[in-house]
Design a protein around this ligand. Sequence first.
Ligand SMILES: Nc1ncnc2c1ncn2[C@@H]1O[C@H](COP(=O)(O)OP(=O)(O)OP(=O)(O)O)[C@@H](O)[C@H]1O
Ligand SMILES: [Mg+2]
Length: 233
Amino acid sequence: MGSLIECRDLWKVYRLGDVQVQALRGVTVDIQRGEFLAIMGASGSGKSTLMNIIGCLDSPTSGTCRLSDRDIGSLDSDALAEVRNREIGFIFQNFNLIPRTSALENVQLPLFYRGLPLREQRARAAEALARVGLAGREQHYPAQLSGGQQQRVAIARALVSTPSILLADEPTGNLDTESSREIMAVLKGLNRDEGITVLVVTHEADIAAYMSREIIIKDGQIVTDRQKNLVIG
Ligand SMILES: Nc1ncnc2c1ncn2[C@@H]1O[C@H](COP(=O)(O)OP(=O)(O)OP(=O)(O)O)[C@@H](O)[C@H]1O
Ligand SMILES: [Mg+2]
């Protein structure tokens, strides 16, 4: 068995008229099942671009990315969506919850799209909310929840499809220190207790302190890739 994620010489070049931006310039990285990994780097260095390729939201200009031994570069958009829906959960900085829709319904949504029976949608959504410590908040609208709670709803929504990988792009970027700690503890628990592979893009060194491996990207290239002794267990 190979690695869970295998990226080889990934390039991403955006062309806007005459201007060409090399967002990724030859990124090679292997990620094993069960890793808890921080991706760091300055604004514009290519972190989101890399995450989006790993997450099957975007494809590289050249290079290959394999996910569970499948070359995702060779898949058409339907097949890509299928892999994404089955394997990957996304968490974003701004939560991306639907307003005036309850926490439970927000979490149900991926299951609704899959056509699961309503009763099963509700049961699984409630269970996912309980896993992130939000039992009892099912009927709250996003506006009736704190930032940290909203982000936990987003984590539950990512979890409800039982992904093997969680990709979080600056999940604590809009949160205060205490809520950030809470979110990292939830992600850490999912990694430790359920073996979910977690990749977190972050600017903050104290957030990266939770992770056992740190990758630093600069100008589209990996400049540091190191295992760490955990500061926060
Ligand atoms: N759709 C696009 N079209 C053109 N250029 C893009 C596009 N998306 C990203 N870029 C450029 O690619 C580079 C990398 O962008 P990316 O979003 O990956 O950076 P980032 O490391 O996530 O930054 P931040 O920390 O600000 O989120 C940047 O120079 C950006 O301007
Ligand atoms: Mg980004």
